[in-house]
Ligand binder design. Structure first.
Ligand code: F0G
Length: 455
């Protein structure tokens, strides 16, 4: 029995596919053994991502109907703007169609050739935006201490930041970015203490501090659980304290916006916001809709109210923790502690007979699909490895992780029990699993299109 109960009941349902074993084998082979290329109609439980996959509430569906589709100055924008201002305290609010549009536009205005952006970890699309501006993305996550779980494993290494700021390239640092929670680093939270420390260093050197606030509510909730002094604060109060320490943010609202599309830029600096608005006009649309329909803005406004509800966030954190515990009991090496949006499993430990260039994390993910139609995301050498300059085996990723991401309000405990059963079956035959070779691949972000072949 799980220790939590879903704080909602189900009003609309969607059947899930149950492809046969033969259909799964064919689907995976046709997809070049790459789960991104498998059609969703061949997936039973889809834990590929928590992005854009949320179930909306009845109130959000009602808000869709009330959406105002005026081209400029729609009521939907006014509602969205008011709710974002109240939540963040930032006066300048620009909607965009999704997170990467926000980061491209804001970072493109802040960074130029030869500049540096420093982060606890740039998410891959954020890194791409930094590099598109001709700048360099430097990641300074806190060092991982093996065997000693860190409650704030998402923090930025403040000592390393201070050193970099004071060093020879310090003058090239044009922004510090805190990704909350730190998706690329196990979905771990960033503490308020760490955000305050980054703020202080930024002030000393005249550098702006931005949040990638895509999972701001989950970060705020984990602070109430884990950081001394905040147990009695509401997630909304903590979120506001996080935003108060920053100069601005962008967010993919496909996560904590609780809707299926959307993003934002929010700032204090009006002049910077005006420059961003010009680019929003050029590439997204008029700044009061930014590539979204009016109804999307209404659903997002309602979603931003719901996502900070303590009962929802408690369920979110406890259901993820419970899922992680069940996988652990089933013998899988689960990264500790679990965060909110996903459980990460170290497939490198499980499949230590497969060398990194034969993609053990992919082998594990693909076997989960073959065994039970479960789709997860590989975060190992296929995503983070680098091609060797001499054409030899790929330079391995630091770890061979797979991410079991949990769409918001979509799957129940019994769905997750099914996933645990499938994972246990795969673990029991781990020693027999074989790796994969890359047959065809693109340049950057090769994981989305690569074609593989079993070894
Ligand atoms: N920042 C973070 C921390 C993210 O996790 C993502 C997306 C983005 C920015 C980009 O936002 O997709 O709306 O353009 N993460 C997804 C994931 C894709 O699966 O983790 P987007």
């Amino acid at each position: 029995m799980p220790s939590f109960m879903e704080p909602f009941r189900i009003k609309a349902v969607e059947p899930i596919p149950f492809p046969t074993e033969e259909e799964r084998r064919n689907a995976l082979a046709t997809a070049g053994y790459n789960l991104f290329r498998v059609p969703a109609r061949r997936i039973t439980i889809d834990l590929l991502t928590d992005s854009g996959t949320a179930a909306m509430s009845a109130a959000q569906w009602a808000a869709l109907m009330a959406g105002d589709e005026s081209y400029a100055g729609a009521r939907s924008f006014e509602r969205f703007e008011a709710i974002v201002r109240e939540l963040t305290g930032f006066s300048e609010v620009l909607p965009v169609h999704q997170g990467r549009a926000g980061e491209r536009i804001l970072l493109g205005n802040v960074l130029g050739l030869g500049d540096i952006s420093v982060s606890n970890t740039h998410f891959d699309s954020t890194r791409a935006s930094v590099e598109a501006a001709g700048a360099e993305a430097v990641d300074l996550p806190v060092p991982a201490y093996e065997g000693m779980p860190n409650p704030f494993g998402g923090d930025l290494d403040l000592g390393a930041l201070a050193e970099l700021l004071a060093g020879r390239s310090g003058g090239r640092i044009r922004c510090v970015v805190l990704t909350v929670t730190n998706n690329a680093n196990g979905g771990q939270p960033v503490s308020l203490l760490n955000i305050a420390g980054a703020r202080k260093l930024c002030d000393q050197h005249g550098v702006p501090l931005f949040l990638d606030a895509s999972r701001f509510a989950e970060n705020a909730y984990l602070i109430t659980e884990r950081e001394a002094g905040y147990a009695d604060s509401t997630p909304r109060e903590v979120a506001r304290a996080m935003f108060d320490l920053a100069d601005g943010c962008w967010a993919s609202l496909k996560k904590d916006g609780m809707a299926n599309i959307g993003g934002l830029i929010a700032l204090r600096d009006r002049e910077l916001a005006e420059r961003c608005a010009e680019q929003v006009i050029a590439t997204e649309g008029f700044p009061t809709y930014g590539g979204l329909a009016g109804r999307d803005l209404d659903a997002l406004a309602q979603g931003l109210l719901e996502v900070t509800e303590p009962g929802y966030l408690r369920y979110r954190a406890e259901s993820t923790r419970w899922f992680g515990e069940q996988l652990s009991l089933a013998g899988l090496p689960v990264l500790q502690p679990t965060g909110c949006h996903a459980v990460y499993v170290d497939a490198g430990l499980l499949l230590d007979h497969i060398p990194p260039h034969e993609l053990p994390a992919t082998a594990f993910a693909n076997e989960l699909y073959l065994a039970g139609g479960v789709r997860v995301c590989e975060l190992g050498t296929l995503v983070f490895g680098k091609r060797a300059p001499d054409g030899g085996p790929d330079i391995p990723a630091p770890r061979e992780l797979v991410r079991f991401a949990l769409p918001r309000r979509v799957y129940t405990a019994s769905h997750l029990e099914y996933v645990v059963d499938v994972a246990e079956e795969v673990r029991s035959k781990a020693a027999q699993l074989r790796g994969y070779r890359i047959e065809r691949q693109g340049g950057a972000l090769r994981q989305f299109t690569a074609v593989l072949r079993p070894v």
